[in-house]
Write a protein that binds this ligand. Structure first.
Ligand SMILES: [Zn+2]
Length: 487
């Protein structure tokens, strides 16, 4: 492998060579879900993207500490601390305890990510488990002069901060424009500046999720949680901070401000953001009625879906777009992904059956270099997949006797294809193809068909082929023998 990993950094707006702070180690923090409703597909895309990044860093030999939080307190409806607490609202609606809401949707989130075959993070801290750390950080920001108290609520002083630092460095927005576009303060507001946000919020007497603090009973703001937990587990400065692109203008901007005000350092070297999903070219949103849950996508029970698509088809489909591009959900594209995934998995399987030659008619190291070059270019999975398909074409040609492969190259290609497909891209077989029993059964059926054919009993041989196709198993006649794919 000659190329080195490069990552696009939202903060510098450049793609640069990845250099971790400590050689061989990577600290990565990704903003997790607010667990007050079912995980939606946009979330899934973000975490699948970071799963591939996590897996690839591990593949490159880094020791990675991947921290992904669970927001289970303190997230108000408006990103700037307005409106009701999301958990309290849902708890009232479902007539349960807020922590029952948290439990229910944390389980749902984990189940969805398990179906998508994502690896669990190294640490999954919760906001409610880190109240002390958030209070301590708030105290320090007050002591450093960047926050003030009004009636038991602590606000971050954006005006003061922005006189010394570039508050909008991450979003690259003009501060004056941001001010103009933010609601003007009125008599109801306690805060001094309209961009000020809460680090700690005074709880009303009826509020259920509240804790003691030096400023009375309350609960933490949403932004301070990630600053407190990333600092605790990854240090004041770490390598990668990620999340959905929608977090850039407020949540991540405020995180950077909090860290600078508290620790005098910018928390992460590389800020990585995933783009959003669209459906038939339109932004996916609940109000447009075009958003669907992962479960609806798997079952096909949604008016916009022709049929259900398996979790691996959806994962494969998502990998066909770069994480920084928008991704459009269309039935035709999902159907194509279903076929593409089957072709890739069958290619990986066919290598095992290939007959070898004294030499190879193509270069395995070139295939490997192409795939690595793509992944090293800001984790470009669509280009990596295109090169894997080049490899699948060559594998099929060897199977048909049009290309040949040495034993050494065959072993190298086999290990490589498996490593990238299963361990880096995180794809897997979803049915029983490849298991010993099914392989045994299929061998028996394929032999019976071959026997019928040799006796010129084409009625039986065609019947076997057609019946298998009916139940979703395709058999393919190659020069090296017959192979099967479960569709
Ligand atoms: Zn966060």
């Amino acid at each position: 492998m000659t190329s080195v990993l490069k990552i696009y950094n939202t903060l510098s707006r450049e793609t640069s060579v990845f250099e971790p702070i400590h050689k061989g180690y990577v600290g990565m923090y990704v903003c997790g879900p607010t667990v007050y409703s079912n995980a939606h597909l946009g979330n899934a895309r973000t975490y699948i993207s970071f799963d591939v990044i996590f897996r690839y860093l591990l593949h490159l030999g880094y020791k990675v500490r991947y921290v992904r939080n669970i927001t289970d307190a303190g997230h108000l409806e408006g990103d700037r601390d307005e409106g009701e607490d999301k958990f309290a609202k849902k708890a009232k609606l479902e007539q349960v305890e807020p922590m029952e809401i948290v439990q229910k949707y944390t389980l749902d989130f984990h189940e969805v990510l398990r179906q998508f075959n994502t690896l669990p993070p190294s640490i999954e801290p919760t906001a409610t488990g880190h109240i002390i750390e958030q209070i301590e950080m708030t105290k320090k920001i007050i002591a450093n002069g960047y926050a003030y108290e009004v009636n038991g609520t602590i606000y971050f002083d954006v005006e003061k901060f922005s006189k010394e630092q570039n508050y909008t460095a991450l979003s690259n927005r003009n501060l004056d424009d941001l001010l103009t576009n933010t609601r003007e303060l009125d008599g109801q507001d306690e805060k001094k500046g309209r961009l000020d946000f809460a680090l700690w919020i005074k709880a009303k007497p009826e509020h259920l999720m509240k804790w003691e603090s030096p400023w009375g009973e309350g609960f933490p703001g949403w932004h301070i949680e990630c600053s407190a937990m990333s600092s605790k587990y990854l240090g004041h400065e770490f390598d990668i901070h990620g999340g959905g692109m929608d977090l850039v203008p407020t949540h991540h901007t405020n995180e950077i401000a909090q860290n600078l005000a508290c620790h005098h350092t910018q928390p992460a070297r590389y800020w990585v953001h995933t783009n959003m999903l669209t459906v038939n070219g339109q932004k996916m949103s609940k109000s447009l009625g075009n958003s669907f849950l992962p479960a609806e996508l798997f079952s096909g029970e949604h008016k916009l879906l022709d049929k259900g698509y398996s979790p691996m088809t959806v994962r494969f489909f998502m990998l066909q777009a770069h994480y920084r591009s928008t991704l459009d959900f269309r039935n035709e594209a999902l159907q194509a992904a279903e076929k593409g995934l089957a072709r890739l998995l069958s290619g990986v399987k066919i290598i095992e059956q290939l007959k070898t030659d004294v030499s190879s008619s193509f270069s395995v190291s070139e295939i490997k270099a192409n795939v690595y070059n793509a992944l090293n270019e800001d984790f470009n999975t669509p280009i990596a997949l295109a090169h894997l398909f080049d490899a699948v074409r060559l594998i099929n040609s060897v199977n048909d006797g049009k290309e040949h492969l040495s034993a050494l190259d065959k072993a190298e290609l086999s290990i490589f294809m498996q490593e990238i497909t299963f361990n880096v891209l995180g794809l897997k077989h979803e049915n029983d193809a490849g298991t010993e029993k099914v392989d045994g059964l299929m061998k028996m059926i394929i032999d019976m068909r071959a026997d019928a054919k040799s006796k010129k009993d084409f009625t039986t041989s065609d019947f076997i082929r057609d019946q298998l196709k009916e139940i979703g198993i395709e058999i393919k006649d190659g020069k090296e023998g017959v192979s099967y794919t479960i569709l």
